[in-house]
Design a protein around this ligand. Structure first.
Ligand SMILES: Cc1cc2nc3c(=O)[nH]c(=O)nc-3n(C[C@H](O)[C@H](O)[C@H](O)COP(=O)(O)OP(=O)(O)OC[C@H]3O[C@@H](n4cnc5c(N)ncnc54)[C@H](O)[C@@H]3O)c2cc1C
Length: 596
């Protein structure tokens, strides 16, 4: 078996992994392992923008950004981490600019900014332009920029290697085990510090904006090593995925003046969020859409609504709202403006559904989008493994796989890309510092056994169950019962179903038993990860008897701070999921009712 040694191993080459690697590699030998070629990571699909209170076109402050984030999180976010993220945001965006990121510009040459859901002027309550963007390809530009910098700085890359286990010695992280896609061989990566930056797990649900690779590998691997997962019941449904496909239509469309319309031609968000309307936070908009559809006001009675960014509709509502440009003139859009600001959206709609957004509305429905929960960390990316926040030496996590928690029960748009660069940076620096003060822990000869046993199980010869059927049944039950709206019976049904599916998974049949490019077996392993995450999510959700942020229940409709202002920690033991709770870090923003 091939063995490799680097002081810091980063698992994942998206925005978080590449930022962590860039900073760690300035100090110690660093390698990035990625199951995808780096620039195919999901970060490259991010469209709308990265949040930072630059105040380029109007007054804005990091303190306002922090407060909006706390409020958006429905008070479950940890406030020291949130204040840190909002403060660091400004420098982080300028660092990206100096690395060469081609942001869209204002006429005066400064970075252009657009409004986004939940970002407000804290004095007027009106939307503020805080999202820095590169047309509707912000994530693509971030990923390309970081990858170019990583190559320039000679970071080592192992592309198309699937990490399948974390090595733990004496309670400390000591490396990872990976399978090389091309050869099917197991490799051992010996490290002083390991940073997980493996992204999210939206593939648990039927309709999702997430890439096929979003199978929650990092959380599943650490759960199997006895590390808890935090706040897994909070999974964000983005209001505007293309009907039936889930492909994302960025919130930037509403930022540019697009509005949601029901079957009666009404701009229904006026009812649900009178001040910010279509730019309320995502949980609020997704819930409003669900209620409209439930009341029979979906378009043609179906399960979608229209998102309209045609110039006449934008201009009509902009005039009604009294929206102005930065220079005070009335806000108006032409077809050319829309084309310049949302080129990819127009392209997606024309390609996938034959709709031209400049002249026609887009059919949209809520789509599973973002994991607020994940591997618990503090704001330096150090993984914490219990309710006292005890640090596990040598283990770090950053990006969507991590739960800092800067997003609490609901993430604001543009704060994920920000999370990558802020917490990616600090996890890289902390891992390097830790490595410099520690030595390699010797690994036992059988270090790869646990991983190899898992794969031996997948290759059984006598199985009959189809991996695809199991995955589809999981996605359906999770979308129906652990989605935008939840009730006791439905969630219980989901828990029971997932457990039955896990049982059936013991008897799967795989066609390909070869070694080279065996995507069949790797896909089966990914589905086993999704099943574990689905179970943890459904059990965590079932237990939380309140509505907060993305966790919205028909049977407990109110937020209950007295009993539930706390984070969930879930362990996956042999007999199922075990839950404990830990306090929320509250500094100056005391919980109050949300209004928009
Ligand atoms: C369509 C879409 C649009 C979005 N738009 C925005 C936006 O405008 N603004 C915003 O703030 N946020 C947005 N988000 C959210 C944000 O883009 C993501 O949360 C963020 O990019 C995740 O970055 P990451 O570095 O954590 O993970 P990723 O970029 O997904 O990278 C994960 C990496 O981990 C690797 N990996 C995973 N498992 C393994 C394994 N087992 N072994 C080895 N490698 C592994 C993958 O190869 C990949 O390189 C959007 C998300 C989506 C899906």
């Amino acid at each position: 078996m091939q063995k490799h040694q680097h002081e810091v191993i980063v698992v994942g080459a998206g925005g978080a992994g590449l930022t962590a690697a860039l900073y760690a590699s300035q100090h110690v030998s660093t390698a990035v392992i990625s199951k995808l070629y780096p620039t195919r990571s999901h970060t490259g699909t991010a469209q709308g923008g990265i949040g930072a209170a630059l105040g380029n076109t109007e007054e804005d402050h990091p303190e306002w950004h922090a407060y909006d984030t706390v409020k958006g999180s429905d008070y479950l976010g940890d406030q020291t981490a949130i204040e840190f993220m909002a403060q660091e945001a400004v420098q982080a965006v300028y660092e990206l600019e100096h690395m060469g990121l081609p942001f869209s510009r204002n006429p005066d040459g400064t970075i252009a900014q657009r409004p986004f859901g939940g970002h407000t002027n804290n004095e007027t309550g009106k939307p503020v332009r805080r999202a820095c963007y590169a047309a509707d390809r912000t994530g693509h530009m971030i990923l390309q920029t970081l990858y170019q910098q990583s190559i320039k700085n000679k970071v080592n890359f192992f592309d198309e290697f699937h990490v399948v286990d974390l090595l733990v010695e004496d309670g400390k992280a000591a490396g990872v085990v990976a399978i090389e896609l091309e050869t099917g061989e197991f490799h051992i990566f010996h490290a002083k510090a390991v940073i997980f930056a493996t992204g999210g797990h939206g593939r648990v649900w039927e309709i999702t904006s997430n890439a096929y690779a979003y199978t929650g590998d990092g959380v599943a691997i650490t759960l199997r090593r006895g590390i808890p997962a935090e706040d897994m019941e909070f999974f964000q449904f983005h209001p505007t995925g293309i009907y039936k496909m889930g492909i994302l239509i960025t919130e930037g469309v509403r930022g540019e003046g697009g509005v949601l319309i029901n079957d009666k031609g009404e701009r229904f968000m006026e009812e649900y969020a009178p001040t910010v309307k279509d730019l309320a936070s995502r949980d609020v908009v997704s819930r409003a859409m669900y209620l409209e559809m439930k009341a029979g006001r979906g378009i043609g009675g179906k399960r979608f609504l229209n998102l309209d960014v045609t110039p006449e509709v934008v201009n009509k509502y902009a005039a009604e709202d009294g929206r102005t440009n930065p220079d005070g003139s009335p806000y108006r859009m032409t077809g050319e403006d829309i084309f310049a600001k949302l080129p990819d959206i127009i392209d997606f709609c024309e390609t996938y559904i034959g709709v031209n957004p400049v002249t026609q509305p887009m059919p949209v429905q809520p789509t599973a989008h973002y994991a607020m929960g994940g591997i618990p960390t503090n704001m330096y990316g150090e993984v914490v493994i219990d309710k006292e926040n005890t640090v596990m030496p040598g283990l770090y996590a950053a990006g969507e796989v991590a739960c800092v928690s800067a997003h609490g029960a609901n993430r604001l748009g543009t704060n994920a890309l920000l999370d990558l660069v802020v917490f990616g940076k600090y996890s890289g620096l902390k891992a390097a510092e830790y490595s410099q003060g520690s030595s390699f822990i010797p690994l036992p000869a059988n270090a790869a056994d646990f991983a190899q046993e898992q794969f031996a199980q997948l290759h059984r010869e006598d199985g009959t169950e189809s991996v695809t059927d199991i995955a589809n049944e999981m996605k359906e039950v999770m979308f129906d019962h652990v989605g935008v709206f939840r009730v006791e019976e439905g969630m219980q049904e989901a828990v029971d179903k997932i457990r039955a599916l896990k049982e059936r998974f013991q008897h799967i049949s795989i066609d390909d038993h070869g070694k080279k490019f065996n995507t069949d077996v790797l896909n089966a392993w990914e589905v086993s990860n999704l099943l574990d995450l689905a179970e943890v999510t459904a059990v965590s959700a079932l237990e939380r008897k309140e509505s907060r942020g993305a966790h919205s229940r028909d049977d407990y409709t109110e937020r209950d701070d007295e009993n539930w202002l706390k984070h969930t920690l879930a362990w996956l033991d042999k007999d199922g999921v075990r839950l404990e709770y830990k306090p929320v870090d509250i500094t100056k923003y005391k919980p109050k009712a949300r209004s928009y």
